[in-house]
Design a protein around this ligand. Structure first.
Ligand SMILES: [Cu+2]
Length: 284
């Protein structure tokens, strides 16, 4: 029969499309995670996608087959204008989506608890705390345990859990390192938490993923993961040699003046509890 020939062509076309998509996905950073959380999130995305394709692919194929088989010009087939109901079709049409939606909801329920950004990452290594402040239009990162601050750059060793504490000095913003895991909102007067880990050494892109005004598009930073603790401490020493400091809230307010394309800047000292001062100033 003729439509089988079309079905075969369609199959070739589909295979080709899928192959092209898979080979060109090097640009999709979300699909190339470099940390445990990112890997788990990718598994979730692919599982959900796969489950939905169980419905979508047969529907697409059936659309083509049906439109050829039941076309008006096909006089060989039975013509049944009074046909209205089939138990068999009803059962297939309802049971399959119900099953898939049920499985998807169980997976979603479990993973939203498992991948809660507040959950500390289980590890023998003590987590490093990094305080993140979204400014207009740059990122300020404070390492409270080392009393240093950096604009637009984060460095930490691989295989070490990182606890990000995030707030904003201005409008709502969003902190996102796509290859390490989900984004989280930065809001003035509030603290959000994000626990991440990098399992490979490298340089990853960090972005602001919530539009925040004129300088938003260049509000980017590099995340550099070192091979070991020594390299990380060498970097800390380098920051400690900077002549710039944030000693008072005035130094901070000076830095917080809106600016675009701000270069990476090291501060060898930072006022104690600055992060919480910034949150509290919006609470009065
Ligand atoms: Cu790929």
């Amino acid at each position: 029969m003729k439509y089988y020939k079309y079905a075969k062509k369609t199959k070739i076309l589909l295979t080709y499309t899928v192959a092209t998509l898979l080979s060109s996905c090097n640009n999709l950073v979300l699909m190339h995670p470099k940390g445990q959380i990112g890997i788990e999130q990718r598994t979730l995305i692919l599982t959900a996608l796969g489950m939905m394709l169980i419905i979508i692919i047969p529907v697409l194929i059936m659309t083509i087959i049906f439109s050829i088989k039941y076309r008006a010009s096909n006089k060989e087939k039975k013509y049944s204008p009074d046909w209205s109901h089939s138990k068999k079709i009803e059962i297939i049409i309802w049971s399959l989506p119900i099953t898939i939606v049920t499985i998807l909801s169980i997976i979603t329920w479990q993973s939203t608890h498992k991948l809660d950004p507040n959950n500390p990452i289980v590890s023998n290594i003590k987590p490093i705390i990094i305080e993140v402040i979204a400014l207009d239009w740059k990122w300020l990162f404070i390492y409270p345990n080392y009393k240093i601050a950096i604009v637009n750059e984060i460095v930490f060793p691989k295989n070490t859990p990182i606890e990000f504490r995030i707030t904003s000095n201005s409008v709502m913003n969003s902190f996102f390192i796509p290859q390490l895991g989900g984004q989280i909102y930065a809001m003035a007067g509030m603290k959000s938490t994000l626990n991440l880990i990098a399992n490979t050494q490298g340089i990853y892109k960090g972005i602001s993923s919530n539009f925040s005004g004129r300088g938003f598009s260049n509000m980017k930073f590099n995340v550099i993961t070192t091979n070991n603790q020594e390299e990380f401490h060498t970097w800390i020493k380098k920051v400690k040699t900077s002549s710039k400091q944030i000693e008072t809230i005035f130094d901070y307010e000076n830095l917080a003046i809106p600016s675009e394309n701000y270069p990476v800047t090291y501060f060898s000292n930072v006022k104690n509890g600055l992060f919480y001062d910034i949150i509290n100033k919006f609470m009065q």
